[in-house]
Each structure stands twice: as structure tokens, then as C-alpha cells.
Design a protein around this ligand. Structure first.
Ligand SMILES: [Zn+2]
Length: 445
């Protein structure tokens, strides 16, 4: 591996564009990639896992001007939105040298420093100092450095139909502070996180060596990030993927308090159910149940947390997901074949890989979860293996499972998902059937 990476000579690193961009904001000379020994290469020192922000150093990913040779990270800010940023510059709407004005953007709650922030094994997929770069690196930002937050902390009010219903039916109290009024309005603290990967740590979580991880990322992004190969000295990569959002109910200082109870749900995105309430899966009902229980725990003097990961359709995406729906509905939608249908199309049943998920729990300072609102073994095992205790696991209540989603939930239970109810045999699963398309034929023809 390593030999192959170093056979490319530095002279190949710089080339002249065949077609010059029409916009004059770029020179004709394009630096496609950089090499550690190249003249002027001097990355800003960054030591992942250092005891505090100043000794750790800022994440600098910008390629603009003088930063090209001083970068200490690959990729771009914004996760999957980095491409829109490029489009805005290409369209002439955004100056490539633009610097954000951070006045009044500081966090609404100052999360206390945790030991995990300085532990390069506990946090490998987010920048633990990414929420307050102005506080930590304000001097450098004032001096013109392009250092940007990769996290943001705010507060908001939210309203969910299921929560309004629970308040109306007397299942949830109005306390004036968390549930604000009888319409079911709820106060929440939110933390948005974009991915920042420390590659040696990510490789270790997946049980592969770092060159293999780098080579695979390089090849399967169409060679988009050549420095994964040419700059083994750069250890940080901002991947073009979605991040996560933490929703905290009740006072945020209680989240890390071991003396109060914590109810927590880890939820992976399912747009069709979460937003549009498609009834083929249990995602939205379980999310709503998780939010309700999180609120309840906070009202009881504890803390409630829901973490929403942008990993649509088990991180396979909606196109694959809909292809699977079609294969299921046309092939006889029974629970015994549920996972096979996904494997036939995606090659695997799940790409969420929960190995990086516990990072955010460690960042928040969570040591134990009293009530884990999830049935997933992958999530459970990842959390427990990372050193956080789970005291009780709470499955989705039977009466919240939509009819057409029995195929999904029963297949998952058979595959080992946690349940306090019935575990089905394969023979029984063959009898669990989803809704067909019969009535649809009249509409489509
Ligand atoms: Zn779903």
C-alpha cells in the first residue's frame, strides 16, 4: 500500500489547466494535490487528544490563498453541503475569500469540558472544540485565519402532533418550563454537529489499518480527495456526509449528571416516516415515543436526550430504500424475506455502522443511560463497548406500531433486536405480510 502511494512524484502534483475557468478569481495554475515534502508545506500543528483546545490546535481545512500549504485537514466544511458552497462560489454569489462574522453566534449553553474531549480513543468523528472556535481560536480568526465552527448550540421551541396529543389526553403534564403550555409546545436545547474524522481513530473503530481506510475513501469518492493518499501526515478529514443533531429536554447541565436519570433515544433518519408519516416502518412512532419519554424523564427531575443522525434508510439512501420497497411489494412482502430484499439490492442489510455513534455521548459527558429508547443491538453494543452503561432497554409499545410496519419490526426482532414481547420463528415470520399494491392498480392504470 504505502509504496504505491509514494510512487507518484511531486512534479506531477502541479499542473496547468487545459481549460481556464472563465472567472478570473482563480489563477491558471491549479494545485491538484500536495505532498509533505513540497516547498512551503507547513501544516498548522494539530495534536488530536491534546489536553485542551489551545494545545490541540485549530482544524484548518481551507485551500484559499496562503492556507493551501498550512492546512492540517482534508475535505471541506459543511459535510454534504460543501458542494452547495462550491456552487455558490461558481455562480458568483459568494466570494471565495469570504469570512463569516461570528458576532452573537456563541453557544446558548456552555457545555463543560469533559475528559473525553482530550481522549483520542473516545472521540474520533467530531471536533470536541468545534462548537466554540471563537472562544478557543479568536485571536487567529481576528488575524484572518479561516477557522470555522463544526458544531453549533442553540435553543428553540418545538411542537409535535404526538406530543400535543399526549398533553391533550393527560399523558404528559404542562409544567411551564419544559412543556410550556396546553398546546404541547416544548422547549429544547439543540446541538448540531458536522463530521470531523481523526483517521487513525476511525480506522481503529472499524478494525482496519489507516492506509486501507484512506485508500478506500479515495477510490470510492471517485478520487475526489487525493491527499488521503499523498498526505499521510494529515490525519483529519471532513467527509462529505450528513451530521447529527442532539435534542436536549430539560436543563442541559443535567445530561452529564450521574445522580439523575437519563432517558435517551438514538434515531437514524427516515424522511418518509419521520416527516411524511409513511406507515411502512416504525421510525416516526418510535421517534415520537422517544421524545415523549425524554420529556417525561426531564419533568421528573432527570434528563431526556434524542439524537438524530442523518443516515437515511440505514445509510443506504432513499433510492436504494425505494428499490427495496418495490422488491418487497412485488416479491411477496413477508417478514422472513425482509432483510434478504435489502441485501439483494445493497449488498448488505445496513450501512449505518454504529461504531462512531457513541462519540457524541462521550462529548456530552454521559456515563450511563437509565432508559435506552431503542431496540437495536448494534446501537446497544456500540454504546456499551465504548464504556457507557445501559441500565434498561425500552421497546416501542405495541399499540404504536402501524399495521404495514409489522414486517419490518418482526423481522428485526427475529434478527435479535431487543424485545420484551414475542420473538417470532422464521415459519411465523413468513406469515407476517405487509400491505400489497392491489388497490393501487386501479389508480395507476
Ligand atoms: Zn423508517
Amino acid at each position: 500500500m504505502a509504496q504505491e502511494e509514494t510512487t507518484v512524484q511531486p512534479k506531477d502534483a502541479e499542473t496547468t489547466a487545459v481549460q481556464s475557468p472563465s472567472a478570473s478569481r482563480y489563477s491558471k495554475h491549479i494545485i491538484l494535490t500536495t505532498y509533505p515534502g513540497q516547498s512551503g508545506i507547513d501544516p498548522v500543528p494539530l495534536e488530536w487528544g491534546a489536553p485542551d483546545a489551545k494545545s490541540r490546535g485549530p482544524v484548518v481545512v481551507s485551500r484559499s490563498g496562503a492556507f493551501l500549504k498550512r492546512r492540517n485537514a482534508m475535505g471541506a466544511h459543511g459535510g454534504s453541503y460543501s458542494i452547495y458552497n462550491a456552487l455558490a462560489i461558481a455562480a458568483g454569489d459568494l466570494d471565495p475569500e469570504f469570512r463569516p462574522n461570528f458576532v452573537n453566534t456563541e453557544p446558548t449553553f456552555d457545555f463543560p469540558w469533559q475528559k473525553s474531549w482530550a481522549d483520542k480513543t473516545k472521540i474520533v468523528s467530531m471536533d470536541p472544540y468545534g462548537h466554540d472556535v471563537v472562544k478557543y481560536f479568536g485571536d487567529k480568526i481576528s488575524a484572518g485565519w479561516d477557522i470555522r465552527p463544526t458544531m453549533a448550540i442553540t435553543r428553540a421551541n418545538m411542537k409535535l402532533a404526538e406530543i400535543a396529543e399526549a398533553v391533550r389526553d393527560g399523558h404528559l403534564d404542562v409544567d411551564g418550563s419544559i412543556v410550556v403550555d396546553s398546546t404541547g409546545e416544548v422547549r429544547v436545547t439543540k446541538v448540531a454537529v458536522e463530521p470531523v474524522w481523526y483517521l487513525p481513530g476511525v480506522a481503529e473503530r472499524f478494525g482496519v489499518d489507516e492506509p486501507t481506510l484512506r485508500r478506500t475513501l479515495f477510490e470510492h469518492t471517485g478520487g475526489s480527495y487525493p491527499e488521503l493518499i499523498t498526505r499521510p501526515d494529515l490525519k483529519i478529514f471532513l467527509p462529505p456526509i450528513g451530521g447529527l443533531t442532539v435534542y436536549i429536554f430539560g436543563p442541559p447541565e443535567r445530561v452529564a449528571d450521574e445522580n439523575v436519570k437519563l432517558a435517551l433515544r438514538i434515531h437514524d433518519e427516515c424522511n418518509g416516516s419521520d416527516v411524511f408519516q409513511s406507515d411502512i416502518c416504525t421510525c416516526r412512532p418510535y421517534l415520537a415515543f422517544g421524545i415523549r419519554e425524554a420529556i417525561r424523564e426531564a419533568q421528573n427531575g432527570g434528563s431526556g436526550v434524542v439524537i438524530y443522525f442523518r443516515k437515511e434508510g440505514r445509510a443506504l439512501g432513499e433510492v436504494t430504500k425505494y428499490l427495496v420497497y418495490n422488491a418487497r411489494k412485488r416479491g411477496g412482502d413477508t417478514a422472513d424475506k425482509y432483510f434478504t430484499r435489502t441485501e439483494n439490492i445493497a449488498g448488505v442489510r445496513d450501512m449505518r455502522f454504529q461504531a462512531l455513534m457513541p462519540d457524541i455521548l462521550h462529548w456530552l459527558g454521559i456515563k450511563k443511560i437509565d432508559r435506552m429508547l431503542s431496540m437495536s443491538n448494534m446501537k446497544h453494543d456500540a454504546i456499551v463497548e465504548s464504556g457507557i452503561k445501559i441500565i434498561e432497554r425500552i421497546p416501542i409499545p405495541e399499540d404504536m406500531i402501524p399495521d404495514d410496519s409489522r414486517v419490518e419490526i418482526d423481522a428485526k426482532i427475529n434478527a435479535g433486536y431487543f424485545t420484551t414481547g414475542k420473538q417470532y420463528t422464521m415459519e411465523e415470520l413468513a406469515q407476517v405480510r405487509g400491505r400489497g399494491w392491489e388497490k393501487w392498480e386501479d389508480i395507476t392504470h
